[in-house]
Design a protein around this ligand. Structure first.
Ligand SMILES: [Zn+2]
Length: 98
């Protein structure tokens, strides 16, 4: 089962990212040996697929997808990263927006 969602861009926080989300599910794997057949179940990983670049900040679909799949959307982590950017004196679009 696949869902189509609109999620926040992990980079600019605009809720404009079209994502196809495949939740984790159990999959059967049959293995045969000479004496018996056994069925094992294993869980697949949930997966995000980003359809297009962010229309707001211009990040590529690939970059956004990577961020989603690696869990960069964790807000604490993002805040920390922003603080680091601030320290470096880089302009942060997100800061001025909030
Ligand atoms: Zn963005």
């Amino acid at each position: 089962m696949v869902e189509n969602l609109i999620l926040e861009c992990p980079f600019c926080k605009s809720k404009v990212i079209m994502v196809t989300f495949s939740p984790s599910f159990f999959q059967a794997k049959v293995s045969r040996t000479s004496s018996k057949t056994s069925t094992k179940f294993y869980k697949t990983k949930e997966k995000y697929e980003v359809q297009a670049n962010c229309p707001n900040c211009g990040k590529s679909a690939k970059e956004i997808e990577k961020a989603f799949n690696e869990g960069v959307k964790d807000p604490e982590k993002t805040k920390k990263k922003l603080k680091e950017l601030e320290k470096l004196g880089l302009p942060t679009i997100i800061e001025t927006k909030m």
